[in-house]
Design a protein around this ligand. Structure first.
Ligand SMILES: [Zn+2]
Length: 165
């Protein structure tokens, strides 16, 4: 029969867990709550992780949410710049914005965990609905400028083929 954990059964367990999470030394905690160091460290090792993991993922979720907000703001800005450049028929400018947009979408994908971070990330990115939306928007915006459209279309094919220059 497994020994009961004196920390889990301790009336101040929540306070002990909180102190452990904030990095307080096991020895000091053990002394304060009248426990043995070994039972506190065993508890920290075996029983705290679930609570700790939940806290960390909550924190991570918040960080991720604010990161996503920032990336989405940047994407919105890039899309506006892109639309302006396209409307003015400035193909090279539009392409530069598009590259930036691609990097932002990639970042967004990583941040949301939708994309794998392994090397095929670019391939994955270029099959996302966002990419096709941007691509279609670009090409249709350039319809009045057949020359620019042809250049951009060619460069997009290169990008999609994995060329980065
Ligand atoms: Zn325990």
């Amino acid at each position: 029969m497994p020994r009961a954990c004196t920390v889990c059964e301790h009336p101040e367990r929540d306070a002990i867990d909180a102190a452990l999470v904030s990095g307080e030394p096991v020895r000091a905690l053990a002394r304060r709550y009248g426990l043995s160091s070994s039972s506190v460290s065993r508890h920290a090792h075996n029983h705290l992780s679930a609570a700790l993991a939940a806290m960390q993922s909550q924190e991570q979720a918040e960080r991720r949410a604010s990161l996503l907000d920032r990336i989405e703001t940047l994407i919105g800005r890039a899309e506006t710049m892109f639309a302006t450049a396209s409307e003015e028929g400035k193909a090279s400018q539009a392409l530069n914005v598009l590259k930036e947009l691609r990097a932002l979408l990639e970042l967004l994908g990583k941040a949301t965990g939708e994309l794998d971070t392994r090397p095929q990330v670019t391939v994955n990115l270029l099959t996302t609905p966002e990419w096709y939306t941007v691509r279609d928007a670009l090409l249709s915006a350039l319809t009045p400028y057949p020359d620019a459209r042809a250049i951009v279309s060619g460069r997009l094919l290169e990008l999609e083929a994995g060329e980065t220059t």
